[in-house]
Design a protein around this ligand. Sequence first.
Ligand code: THU
Length: 171
Amino acid sequence: MSACNDARNGTYINMVNKVLEINYEEFCCIDELESGDKALAQAAVEAIKGSYAPYSNFNVGAAVRMSDGRVFTGANQENAAYPSGLCAERTAMFYAHAHREGAMMESIAVAASQNGVLCPSPATPCGDCRQVMAEFQTEAGKPMSVILVGGDRIWKFPSVDSVLPFIFDSL
Ligand code: THU
């Protein structure tokens, strides 16, 4: 009898419990980051100024660092027809990718504010943005770090895999 048949009878022979562990770093403030990450985090905070969010009043900025050192920023852009808007992360990544000139994405930082105040907790990217990060990490062929900036704490994930486990990758 195969293991599957046994499972149907309520007897699990080959099933194994697995646990996924995600390691990331927490910093208390932007000044605690190393210089490259600090500059990227600051660029993400600065990019919030470009946000157009009259519907949600949730202002998000993102900054992408390329392998050649260039930094591209973007902010969320909303629209009266809600789905027509775009998150800050994808605005920044698509802008960066359109100007990549052979460079690859190395890192992305994200920050959000409400009523002009940086959100205390780090803003965490939506699933669509994580999938787009995954695509560009695959293109780069090496880990792309993700830095989520909050007023009270900052999280640094070593790669997109940490924020999007079991990445779908058709390439
Ligand atoms: N938003 C982002 O720009 N990035 C995120 O990580 C989460 C959400 C935007 C989309 C929309 O303009 C507003 O925040 C509220 O969801």
